[in-house]
Unconditional design. Sequence first.
Length: 195
Amino acid sequence: MEHFAKIASALVKAQKAFGPALKSSSNPHFRSRYADLSACVEAVIDALNDNGIALTQQVHECDAGVIVETVFIHESGATMSCGRLHVPATKHDAQGYGSALTYARRYSLMAACGLAPVDDDGNAASNRPSAAPAPAVDITDYLSAIEATSTSEELAKVYQDAIKACGGDQTAQTKVIAAKKTRIERAKKEKQNAN
């Protein structure tokens, strides 16, 4: 039970620092955008690793598709399985199974992390009218604040505030994510130079 408390506490801290899953890929069939697997991993991997959590996705044998299980492994040795997700393969060839695997990994990860894509990709599929584009967001002060942070806790707080201030503007969110990565890299170099 003590190990579970450690991984649970670390996961809560990690979730506070998760970024948005940006919809950077296109689905021409539905004329919509979606967050692909790499966008989902990018949204969570740094926060998980910074809190001592490794992300693994195990694949289990299945004749009709794929079964993926997202598992978090804490540096204390504790593990947390987030359940198994079955996705049928639409075609029973390498491409069909590969597509099902990517889909299963993406949705298993989003469910395990409580991650939601930035906007609803169901809008295009249901023929809902899209909202008018919002005016560009000025995040200059937030980018400066990220650069000025001195602790990981402060960075997590400023980062979350900056993402909220973006109001769904993916260009602004991308700048905030890049600023956070730059600050983390600088902190790592500062730590190395201090040793």
